[in-house]
Ligand binder design. Structure first.
Ligand SMILES: [Fe+2]
Ligand SMILES: [Fe+2]
Length: 251
């Protein structure tokens, strides 16, 4: 790795650092934020810190056993999907972060990564209490639809994350917005449907949804808008991507 990656005294001023491109000095200075939304979201993420042990899961198995076979199937399938989403998101964030330049935006992504790992840990704690952790984490082997969904999400993440151009960084950020804004919400809504029948899952999802919707989604929505603005990327480029996505999803 180039030494300048870590320290570049002749790099640009902190307030001039863009999200992509340029040569930062290497300092993380929370008192000099070019965007403001980055430090605001960082502070909110910190304020929202929670731990899986705060959720009471002591009656989860008893409550799960009382669900109908259909409800049990919804429960297991939802956590199978959500656990993959968080696993993929953590890995994607590490890749996106390594290609980004602005150090405060990168700091916010670092904290988001920690929270995605916390979500993965919470699924393990919940499913362990429920007694079906191995079964749920192995569902992708037996359920073709789940396998296909996981594959689609992995493809969306992998498609533009080679850092080859700023357009690709922009389109890659859109994959994260899709995940936080659409795929996670779908999973949450299934658990909200079960509601008070499974209070452990309900309470854990409340914490996770707060992270995703109040901070992770706005973080990447801002990253997306800022990359577009800083690099004057035409809306037609983004529209082309959306058309490609729609064509892909019909296959
Ligand atoms: Fe998450
Ligand atoms: Fe997230």
């Amino acid at each position: 790795m180039d030494v300048k990656h870590y320290y570049n005294p002749h790099g640009e001023e902190i307030l001039d650092e863009k999200i992509y491109g340029g040569s930062p000095t290497g300092f993380v200075d929370f008192n000099r934020s070019k965007y403001r939304w980055d430090t605001n979201i960082y502070d909110l993420m910190n304020a929202n810190t929670w731990f899986p042990s705060e959720v009471n899961t002591s009656t989860e198995k008893k409550n799960f056993d009382k669900l109908s076979p259909n409800e049990q199937s919804i429960y297991k399938m939802t956590f199978a999907q959500l656990s993959f989403n968080d696993s993929a998101q953590e890995e994607y964030l590490a890749d996106f972060r390594s290609l980004a330049s602005n150090r405060l935006v990168k700091s916010a992504i670092t904290l988001q990564m920690m929270q995605e790992v916390n979500h993965s840990k919470s699924y393990a704690v919940l499913l362990d209490a429920c007694g079906n952790s191995d079964e749920v984490f192995n569902l992708y082997k037996y359920d073709d639809m789940l396998n296909q969904k996981n594959q689609k999400i992995a493809e969306q993440f992998a498609r533009y994350i080679d850092g080859g151009s700023v357009d690709k960084m922009l389109l890659s950020a859109m994959a994260s917005v899709n995940l936080e804004g659409i795929y996670f919400l779908l999973g949450f809504s299934y658990i909200y449907l079960l509601g008070d029948k499974v209070p452990g899952a309900r309470d854990m999802i409340k914490f996770i949804a707060r992270d995703e919707l109040n901070t992770h989604l706005p973080l990447f929505a801002n990253i997306f808008k800022t990359i577009q603005k800083e690099n004057k990327i035409q809306t037609s480029t983004i529209e082309l991507y959306i058309i490609m996505q729609m064509t892909d999803s019909k296959r």
